[in-house]
Design a protein around this ligand. Structure first.
Ligand SMILES: *Cc1c(COP(=O)(O)O)cnc(C)c1O
Length: 432
């Protein structure tokens, strides 16, 4: 596969963009080779600047559940463009989108819109701290909540521990109230909350983890978090930036039957434009400025283009309820990949929840970040290279989820499984 133009553009980008990219994982550091520069997308297919086509399982890291350039989204954007790109003042569509999000999501009575998932999670944490008058937060090892200082913490191991900053430039003081527990370890959180619950403002969790690869919650884990936070007067925040409107119209919270106090959304609800939202009960949300004392603001928050794309996406999802169909396609992909790996004698583990999944090069269940890290990264890198040379674009890291859309059909799945069979065979024989 000729990717000369991508190669040249990568050299040029590295001179003027930090690390060549505007977000680190795009640089392909974990899988090697030049990043692919894309020119266009259509449905489930993306085309690179050299004219190669790929089945896209990244979908811009999740937002494009309707595929690239869905007609309803394009129409809404075209109409919004004729009216103006931003006013910094209320527009009717913001209220429309808020009503749609609230109608679908069990925990939401009132929302506030922002421009990214990072902002949504960060602001929800501030609100929880302001509401409870407590500073402590609990997060889980391997869960990602964006790059705000207090949430950018590396893990402790074993039981819940105080954490250390996960990045240079994050002051120790900024994470001194951040506790980290292993995902799926409800007992660690229970112990922490029973000991010092009166210091903990919020427990933040991806209800289905997708940033260490796909790791579903074990039965009882979210229920335990719900019960213990309630007991401690601590708020429970579901970071549904990835799972929101992806695991169903009612998101992970509806699917799994556990209702948090606060919810962060982004990705799908922005329809491919920069938009996030966070919300909860009216009683909690009234503490936000201008009504309350917790400050949070944004020049481009509720931007008309982003809201138009988000509203069109959410309305299309509500009108068509495509989840069961996409899940069926995802199930066929899972079955096909497992069979292909088995035939090649390559041990793999696939974890799937609805329309998102991950393939790990290891056996046995992956229940937390420690398990995920024990998967064979070298094999994953070879798998990624083999797949992209065969026209399949997978997330360039073992610790990311694959996403499907309404536009992934039998032809795309067949093509993917064929590519995987050939790539697994190469891996088994040491050819790649
Ligand atoms: C992507 C993601 C974020 C960050 O969202 P951005 O829009 O990249 O800032 C936060 N939380 C979760 C669970 C995510 O998947």
């Amino acid at each position: 596969m000729n990717r000369n133009r991508s190669h040249d553009e990568w050299q040029r980008a590295q001179r003027v963009l930090a690390g060549g990219v505007n977000s680190p994982v795009r640089a392909f550091g974990a899988v090697g080779g030049d990043p692919i520069f894309f020119e266009s997308g259509d449905g489930a297919i993306v085309r690179d600047v050299d004219g190669n086509e790929y089945v896209d399982y990244v979908l811009s890291w999740g937002p494009l559940i309707l595929g690239h350039r869905h007609p309803a989204v394009i129409r809404a954007l075209e109409l919004a463009l004729t009216r103006g790109t931003t006013f910094g003042a209320p527009t009717i569509a913001e209220t429309d989108l808020a009503e749609e999000l609230i109608a679908c999501t069990p925990s939401l009575e009132v929302v506030r819109m922002v421009s990214s998932g990072t902002e949504a999670a960060m602001s929800a944490i501030r609100l929880a701290r302001g509401f409870t008058g407590r500073d402590g937060i609990v997060k889980f090892d391997g869960c990602y909540h964006g790059h705000a200082d207090a949430l950018l913490v590396a893990a402790g191991s074993g039981a819940a521990t105080f954490s250390i900053p996960g990045s240079r430039g994050v002051p120790k003081r900024a994470v001194e109230h951040s506790h980290v527990a292993p995902f799926n370890d409800g007992d660690a959180v229970k112990k922490l909350l029973r000991e010092k619950g009166d210091e903990i403002a919020v427990v933040a969790v991806e209800p289905v983890a997708g940033n260490m690869g796909l790791v579903p919650p074990e039965p009882g884990f979210l229920e335990l978090l719900r019960a213990e936070t309630e007991r401690a007067g601590t708020l429970l925040l579901f970071d549904e930036v990835m799972t929101g409107f992806r695991l169903g119209l009612s998101s992970a919270q509806g699917r799994l039957g556990v209702t948090p106090d606060l919810t962060a959304l982004a990705k799908v609800v922005g329809g491919g434009l920069p938009l996030g939202a966070y919300g909860g009960s009216a009683a909690v949300m009234k503490h936000l400025a201008p009504g309350g004392a917790v400050y949070q603001a944004g020049t481009l928050s509720g931007n008309p283009l982003a809201v138009a794309a988000g509203l069109a996406t959410v309305r299309e999802l509500r009108a068509t309820e495509p989840y069961a169909a996409i899940e069926k396609t995802a199930g066929a992909l899972e079955t096909g990949l497992l069979a292909a790996a088995d035939r090649a004698g390559v041990p793999v583990r696939i974890q799937r929840e609805g329309t998102m999944m991950s393939l790990y090069f290891r056996e046995g269940p992956v229940r937390d970040y420690e398990d995920a890290k024990s998967a064979d990264q070298e094999r994953f890198a070879r798998f990624h290279r083999g797949m992209r040379d065969r026209g399949i674009y997978l997330p360039p890291s073992q610790f990311e989820a694959y996403f499907l859309s309404t536009e992934h059909g039998e032809a795309e799945i067949e093509r993917t499984i064929e590519a995987a069979a050939a790539t697994f065979a190469d891996i088994a024989s040491g050819r790649s």
